[in-house]
Write a protein that binds this ligand. Sequence first.
Ligand SMILES: *Cc1c(COP(=O)(O)O)cnc(C)c1O
Length: 408
Amino acid sequence: MKQLGPIPAGYEAVDGVLAIAGKPVTHWVDQAGTTPLFLYSADHVRQRVADLRAAMPDRLALHYAVKANPFPRLLSLMTQLVDGFDIASGGELEIVRGAGVPLDAVSFAGPGKRDAELEAAIRAGVTLNLESEGEAARALAIAERLGVTPRLAVRVNPDFDLKGSGMKMGGGAKPFGVDAERVPALVRTIRESGAEWRGFHIFAGSQALDAEAIADTQAQALALAAKLAEDSGAPLPHCNLGGGLGIPYFPGDTPVDLPLVGEKLAEQFASLPDVLAETAFCIELGRYLVGEAGVYLARIIDRKESHGEIFLITDGGLHHQLAASGNFGTVVRRNYPSAIATRFDVPVEEESSIVGCLCTPLDKLADKGGFPRAEVGDLVAVFCAGAYGASASPASFLGQGPAAEMLV
Ligand SMILES: *Cc1c(COP(=O)(O)O)cnc(C)c1O
């Protein structure tokens, strides 16, 4: 039997069935009228934001990285909870606009912004996190043509990375941001152009669980921001310290020690150099805010035995939950947390694999896990599905189409 990842805290059974917002998921599936279904809990997101606010210094604003989950109803909820939004494309700009997000609280990072995307963002009053000198020149030319004062920040390619991070975004040669030593010259160009100078964006990595490593990275980002502000000869209005807080997905993963991160950051804030005395700080988080608030539900449509192994074949699969399948076999596959949702209070009875409906052996949601004995018609749940599920899986693969989504 292979281990499953840890089910996030707060999920319980009602009448033997996995419950969300106090009701069994069968109730929500009936309401949606279909499976597969991504079910997101508003209360879970609210609690997560409240925990963050309680742990972090008041001076730290909280931004949501939209790419983790751009479901419009979730974005509307977020407008009540966070201080800003980070987008990464013109498409996301249209999504946040449609969801009623205040656009002056939006910043736009990402390499390869097209002229049309820069123009839409400048017109909307969105802050551009500039990724290169070339992009800065294009943005300034577009703003001049439009007769609009652009709001410009510089994304810094830091000379460090986030240790233990699942995805390194800084340190060495990178397509993201401007190398630290070239930043002061670019800041001077921006300020001399008459643009509204917004400050730095320093993002060093994602999916870190080690609080000490996160705190170290934040301290390094603050030191770098101070040095670059000094070297640019300008006060720093704003500094986005990046994010990187991860969630446990796999056996052995443990949650981030949030109070420790908060304490260390408060210590840093208590002894900031003069050049950062007036700076407003934020962090930008995606999966930490919404990942554990979502569950992916699929229905078992066949139960098969092959050479002594049991396969629970569902109507879902990697086309909705690519990461749970192991990204098309490109990584060593480990099991996400998963369960038989309709037998949530039943102990382990057998070893079985939960698979999807695609004709590829990679389409596995859980490999040789310990589960109650499940039958055709039961629902399976894959946890940690609130981020990078619906929006980051190949929904059109094999003509399957997207799953339903619901916020309750
Ligand atoms: C993807 C991304 C995020 C969000 O990452 P999470 O791991 O979901 O928190 C934040 N900032 C930037 C610049 C990103 O590219």
